[in-house]
Design a binder for this molecule. Structure first.
Ligand code: SAM
Length: 250
């Protein structure tokens, strides 16, 4: 019997890489179920959201790709000459990323970063990954750590989704329940499921731009620019550029 921790996301990534057109189930703790199509994680630059294309113009220097998945951004950046380190908690996601050509990817949790000071000029958190630390306090701690491991001209490119841009009654009820529990409206407790493999429950923080600004300012960062999705394909999607000071230029 295998003693490895369940890795449903990684198994779905690997299945897609091997040619199966699969999706991974995301179950929220109120039993709302969503299917996350793996295809999106393998798409090339032309198919990305405009907010990602605009935000990635801010990349400079050495890059840390947090929650790199199968490496769609890392590969694009590598092709442009950037040195990229990808981290992820899914061993199979990293295996696929390596098979696809990502040169430096490591098994590491963003809540337990292990890099020397001033290791990077840019941290990218793409595909909702700003919320990976899960709650407000953990996010501030993560942002403080990014402050330490980036240079004076360090910057963060963070993608999130404004949870309030919805009229879905299930989401509105979930936000209300969160507020009653003293949590931000967009702190979602979810788990991933793929072909009978079930991951642990974890929290993902979908932050409004105002919440992101507050957490950034409490951790030594400011929001310099926000790109909001105009396509309507993914309501509330935005990418923000966080910098330590005005020295950071594109
Ligand atoms: C939504 S996917 C985004 C992947 C990639 N950034 C993209 O946009 O294609 C989220 C990724 O973050 C990883 N992840 C989840 N929790 C994490 C954590 N605490 N630390 C690092 N990576 C994490 C998952 O395994 C998954 O590969």
């Amino acid at each position: 019997m295998s003693t490895a921790a369940p890795d449903p996301f990684g198994k779905a990534f690997m299945a897609y890489y091997r040619g199966e057109k699969v999706s991974c189930t995301i179950r929220r703790d109120d039993d709302l179920v969503d299917e996350d199509n793996m295809e999106g994680y393998f798409q090339g630059y032309d198919e990305w959201f405009d907010v990602e294309k605009k935000a990635l113009q801010w990349v400079k220097g050495r890059v840390l790709d947090v929650g790199c998945g199968v490496g769609r951004h890392a590969l694009w950046l590598q092709e442009r000459g950037f040195t990229v380190t990808g981290i992820d908690v899914s061993p199979l996601a990293l295996e696929v990323a390596r098979l696809r050509g990502v040169r430096d990817c490591r098994l590491m949790d963003v809540r337990e970063l292990d890099f020397p000071p001033s290791s990077f000029e840019t941290v990218i958190m793409m595909g909702n990954n700003f919320g990976l630390a899960g709650n407000t306090e953990a996010t501030k701690k993560m942002l403080k750590k990014f402050h330490e491991i980036t240079t004076e001209e360090g910057g963060i490119i963070a993608e999130s989704r404004n949870p309030l841009e919805t009229d879905n009654p299930r989401h509105l009820a979930y936000h209300e329940k969160n507020r009653r529990m003293g949590r931000p409206p967009g702190q979602v407790t979810i788990r991933l499921e793929f072909k009978g493999e079930i991951g642990p429950w974890f929290d993902l923080l979908l932050a409004t731009p105002e919440e992101m600004a507050e957490m950034a300012e409490a951790s030594g960062w400011q929001i310099r620019e926000i790109y909001k999705d105009e396509s309507g394909r993914w309501r509330g999607l935005y990418a923000a550029i966080l910098t330590k000071n005005e020295k950071r230029l594109r």
